[in-house]
Ligand binder design. Structure first.
Ligand code: FBP
Length: 538
């Protein structure tokens, strides 16, 4: 395969690691843990993996070297996120450091690779080709849910055949929930297979008191912010378009918020705020139109609006409509079953949007929000509202809009130094947890706003992050998703600055492309979200 100059140069990049991981290790165990909520129920469902302590890997005089060779299997699960290949190279190097005879197998195409026994052995030659690259193409990914006993049993057979004693699942909240269920089942069965999870998702919603961020969020936000910055410069030059930019991120608005902090757009909608204020679609449209009108009346007929992709589900009346559609679609009934309010709302939507709302759900029963073009819906509705305002003499400007959706552009980007380092450390940490016989843990690397040498590696019991939620009509144990905290520093920063950004004084920031070589403040800066959360400034 022909390589770009950057790809060739990045192959020899040596990821930075916490000091403890680069040396001899000892394992320090903290106090017993509890789940974030529904403790009794989670304890009952996970009798073998509930309550385990948080683990920290510390520097030691000497490591107890594991003698018998082992084999480990790895699975990439769900949407791509920059840095996945580095988790795998960290796993590989960690395994070989413990014993050169250790082996790493990659299950192909996601969790289904484990069930169907589709795999490759990952050798040094393969790993070297993929170091510090974006994408999940080394073994591919998939969204098959691991939840049925027959799937777990197939996994045992496949692992036995290959001599695999540990599986690493690299995934988001749903995949790590499945990792925990698998770990519990394998302990119950006493089949000698450990399961370790790794926190992946560009959405940034897999975070909590122990996991500071999921990998991929940093790179994806930097890619989108570069593009938004470029668009803002274009808007500021031509002075004739409003750009409506929808950003991936599923339910949570972390990506839109981080991109706003990096680029300072005129408007950034936050789904969690829409829900908290119970804003209707008309109110959102009016809010956007008011900013456009104020700028237009001052002669500024251009600007940027950031829209989180999941916003549609946070608008109360849309949520009811989507829920009704979910039920009707699941039961195979026609749309005649909609309540009168929802039917009226459905009929008022542009045809394309109405059609998108009835498209197939994902394997977890979610509406595929990445396929719903909310940016177009808003342009159409804002345009109508501005026409009304013009007729009322409240608007004298000119409205011309462009729409964009940034999502897939960032998921396989070359990982930033932050993600390259973070992911490699996560991979190495996962191996240390395996070497210490742990199961039902998520590999953990913390202290991320400090230089990599000062990062802290360890493991957090997955049960600690769990609560009970209704899924497909039934209460299920799941990892609690982190939505944007409206009392958290990143949102409060946006809230404190948005009036200034909406105004006519230019405040746009143009971040430019991710830099891989150069001064620390350009190449090794974590996200503003992380800086605000951990350090209180950005
Ligand atoms: P994960 O939750 O699996 O990490 O997926 C992230 C994501 O990129 C979401 O932001 C987006 O809504 C979804 O995947 C798109 O899914 P698909 O890749 O199936 O189109």
């Amino acid at each position: 395969m022909q390589k770009s100059a950057l790809q060739t140069a990045r192959q020899s990049y040596q990821p930075k690691m916490p000091k403890a991981l680069a040396s001899s290790l000892r394992l320090a165990e903290g106090a017993k843990t509890e789940s974030v909520a529904d403790q009794e129920e989670i304890r009952r469902l996970f009798p073998n993996t509930y309550g385990m302590p948080v683990i920290t890997l510390e520097q030691a005089e000497e490591t107890a070297i594991q003698s018998e060779p082992i084999a480990v299997g790895v699975i990439l699960s769900g949407g791509q996120a920059p840095g996945g290949h580095n988790v795998i190279s960290g796993l590989f190097d960690g395994l070989k450091r413990l014993n050169p005879k250790n082996r790493l197998y990659g299950f192909l195409g996601g969790p289904s690779g484990l069930i169907d026994g589709k795999y490759i052995e990952l050798t040094a030659d393969i790993i070297d080709e993929y170091r510090n690259t974006g994408g999940f193409d080394i073994i591919g990914s998939g969204r098959t849910k691991l939840e049925e006993t027959w799937q777990f049993d197939n996994g045992i057979e496949v692992c036995k055949r290959l001599g695999i004693s540990a599986i690493v699942i690299i995934g988001g909240d749903d995949s790590n929930t499945n990792a925990c269920v698998l770990a519990e089942y394998y302990l119950q069965k006493q089949c000698g297979i450990q399961v370790i999870g790794c926190p992946k998702t560009i959405d940034g919603d897999l975070k909590n008191t122990m996991i500071e961020t999921s990998f991929g969020f940093d790179t994806a936000c930097k890619v989108y912010s570069e593009l938004i910055g470029n668009i803002q410069r274009d808007a500021n030059s031509a002075k004739k378009y409003w750009h409506f930019i929808r950003l991936m991120g599923r339910s949570a608005s972390h990506i839109a918020l981080e991109c706003a902090l990096q680029t300072q757009p005129n408007i950034c909608l936050i789904s969690e705020e829409v829900e908290a204020k119970q804003m209707t679609l008309q109110q959102i449209v009016a809010q956007v139109a008011d900013v456009i009108a104020a700028r237009g009346n001052a002669g500024y007929n251009f600007g940027t609006v950031l829209i989180p992709e999941g916003i549609i589900e946070f608008i109360p009346e849309m949520r009811v409509l989507i829920q009704e559609l979910n039920d009707l679609l699941a039961s195979g009934k026609g749309l005649d079953g909609l309540t009168p309010t929802s039917a009226a709302l459905y009929a008022s939507l542009p045809e394309a949007i109405a059609k998108q709302l009835t498209m197939d759900r994902d394997p977890h029963g979610n509406v595929q929000v990445s396929l719903i073009e909310t940016e177009k819906l808003l342009i159409e509705m804002v345009s109508k509202r501005l026409a009304e305002m013009k007729a009322e003499g409240k608007y004298t400007g000119k409205f011309s809009a462009q729409h964009h959706f940034f999502g897939y552009e960032g998921r396989c980007a070359v990982p930033s130094n932050f993600d390259a380092d973070y992911c490699y450390s996560i991979g190495q940490t996962a191996i240390m947890l395996i070497a210490e016989g742990k199961t039902g843990y998520m590999a953990l690397v913390r202290n991320l706003t400090k230089p990599a040498e000062e990062w802290i590696a360890g493991g957090v019991p997955i049960t600690m992050m769990m609560n009970m939620e209704r899924r497909n009509g039934k209460m299920k144990p799941v990892i609690q998703k982190a939505l944007v905290d409206l009392n958290g520093r990143p949102f409060l920063y946006l809230d404190a600055h948005r009036a200034e950004w909406a105004d006519t004084t230019p405040t746009y920031v143009f971040p430019g492309p991710i830099q891989y070589y150069g001064p620390d403040e350009v190449c090794n800066r974590p996200t503003k979200t992380l800086l605000l959360e951990k350090e209180g400034h950005c």
